[in-house]
Design a protein around this ligand. Structure first.
Ligand SMILES: [Zn+2]
Ligand SMILES: [Zn+2]
Length: 529
């Protein structure tokens, strides 16, 4: 199912006609002459119902606001989402407009002008210049435009003033809860790309370590190394807490499922089986905990937490650890149920329900309650996610139209950690293609359905970060980009031959505020900026 096409169509319908093309005038007050049918049948999908305007809205949504929701933040996030999606949705109609001009005189000038006006950047000059001999290479133009649009978004995000106060407050809160570092690993599925910003509402600077792995199968050995790094900082510098502070490293693993189409739209890496997805993530968490306990003396231990996300509506379920930190798949708090139990209630009553729900879940399953710090953290995550549940109700009728995949491109390498939005990119963290081959193959499979089936290429953004204080770091990052690009192109020769694979490469210093630098031998036009 390709729900992105439908969304693009809706967006185009709302878009003004190109200059010189008349648009049919809107029939005046069409709704006023419609008779009202009191017994009107609902044509909404199962789980959806018609609201007062006749739109289908999830039956899980309430008609009034929830007392604990951050309305101001929701408005900001909605505005951002609309602006980003509109920029990607404009690419196809703009290229169609340009394609229609390709045999005109001064085509190149006019094409660049349209691109600048509508997309905000110029197209690769070589591709336009070649148009008179053969036909315009629309695949290449599409691929580079998607990558370029994203590059501009990432640049804007990196140049935004850094609001440190919010992140610092969250870091302090984590420490109060007993955690000196919170590290999140989620599935690489693009529907979780908005995990921090939208679903959990955590400032990304407060969660410096967040990576994605197909099926949430995070790298335990690497994680042990990262844990050791964090502990070394504490012992050498007392940052972020002193070694005797009694705080711990918290590892959160996030899996996902689909409530409306559980057998098809769940986690692809686990055959869309919720329990398998949850169990696999739980197994990794337990392996990580055991590795720390066995490998280091002096009672070293980490805290772990398992969270599931319903990608239809972004509601989370939090698996409640017992007093010893053990978790089970069955003992969890369902935040959608909490939302429904508290919407329309007074703020104090909603807070009281929130404050009781963690212990209630533990008791119902005959388990001990978690430590008070863990309980506080879970309550905060649930509260933050209530805002996201209402966000999806307000902006997406309670269930995303694209319940399935609708990613725009594949992101390979270190990822662009400033741009967080659902279904923006399929992410593969890898330093060599061999290492990430499984993730990459899943991504290419998804895009074969999304793009290749429509004749559109798969845009791949290759991005590595380097430490500008390390001599030669930038050159090595650039070399890595080229090596990974060559390996990807060699792995998918058929796509390559048909012009259905378009790679762009960028590197960026790790230091805050560093710009994205385009790597030459590149499908993105370096001079278009
Ligand atoms: Zn997944
Ligand atoms: Zn990120």
């Amino acid at each position: 199912m390709d729900t992105r096409k439908r969304r693009e169509h809706l967006h185009q319908a709302a878009h003004a006609a190109p200059v010189g093309m008349a648009m049919r005038p809107r029939p005046a007050a069409a709704t006023a002459v419609m008779p009202s049918w009191p017994q009107r049948l609902s044509f909404c999908a199962p789980g959806m119902q018609a609201d007062s305007k006749g739109d289908c809205v999830s039956t899980l949504c309430a008609s009034h606001a929830h007392p604990l929701v951050d309305q101001a933040r929701n408005a900001l996030l909605a505005d951002y989402e609309r602006r980003v999606q509109a920029r990607f949705d404009d690419i196809v109609p703009t290229l169609k407009q340009i394609a229609a001009l390709q045999h005109d005189t001064d085509f190149e000038t006019r094409a660049q002008q349209i691109a600048r006006d509508r997309l905000g950047f110029e197209l690769p000059a070589v591709v336009l210049a070649d148009a008179w001999v053969t036909t315009l290479d629309m695949r290449r133009l599409y691929g580079t435009s998607v990558l370029r649009t994203f590059l501009e978004l990432a640049r804007e995000a990196y140049t935004q003033p850094y609001n440190g106060a919010e992140a610092e407050a969250m870091t302090r809160f984590f420490i109060e809860c007993g955690f000196h570092e919170v590290d999140v690993s989620a599935c690489a599925d693009g529907r979780l790309k908005g995990l921090l910003q939208y679903i959990l509402r955590l400032p990304q600077q407060a969660v410096p370590r967040h990576k994605s792995y197909a099926g949430t199968l995070f790298d335990v050995e690497l994680n042990v190394k990262q844990w050791a790094e964090t502990e070394l900082h504490r012992f050498r510098e007392g940052v972020p807490t002193l070694p005797d502070a009694g705080t711990r490293y918290l590892k959160i693993a996030v899996y996902h499922f689909s409530s409306s189409d559980p057998l098809h739209e769940g986690c692809a890496a686990h055959g869309s089986d919720d329990r398998r997805a949850g169990q696999a993530a739980l197994d990794r968490l337990e392996a990580f905990g055991t590795a720390i306990e066995n490998g280091f003396c002096c009672g070293a231990s980490v805290a772990t937490l398992l969270i599931g996300v319903d990608t239809d509506n972004d509601a989370i379920r939090v698996h409640v650890p017992d007093a010893q930190g053990g978790m089970s798949l069955d003992c969890h708090v369902d935040n959608m149920a909490l939302y429904q139990a508290t919407v329309g209630k007074a703020e104090s009553e909603a807070l009281w329900r929130l404050g009781a729900i963690v212990e209630e879940a533990a008791r119902r399953h005959g388990r001990s309650a978690p430590e008070s710090g863990m309980r506080r953290l879970i309550e905060r995550l649930l509260m933050n996610n209530l805002s996201q549940i209402e966000y999806v109700c307000t902006n997406h009728r309670g269930r995303y139209a694209d319940i399935g995949h609708a990613e725009r491109f594949i992101s390979i390498g270190d990822g662009f950690d400033k741009v967080h939005l659902r279904n923006l990119a399929y992410i593969g963290h890898m330093h060599t293609v061999e290492e990430g081959a499984a993730d990459l193959d899943v991504g290419i499979k998804i895009f074969s359905r999304l793009n290749v089936a429509r004749g559109l290429p798969v845009p791949v953004a290759i991005h590595y970060r380097y430490d500008s204080q390390v001599p030669g770091g930038k050159e090595r990052a650039e070399a890595r980009c080229r090596r990974v690009k060559a390996a990807i192109e060699a792995r998918y020769p058929v796509l390559m031959r048909d012009g259905l694979l378009v790679c762009g490469m960028t590197v960026q210093a790790k230091q805050p505020g560093s710009d994205l630098e385009i790597v030459a031998d590149n499908d993105i036009d370096a001079h278009g900026h």
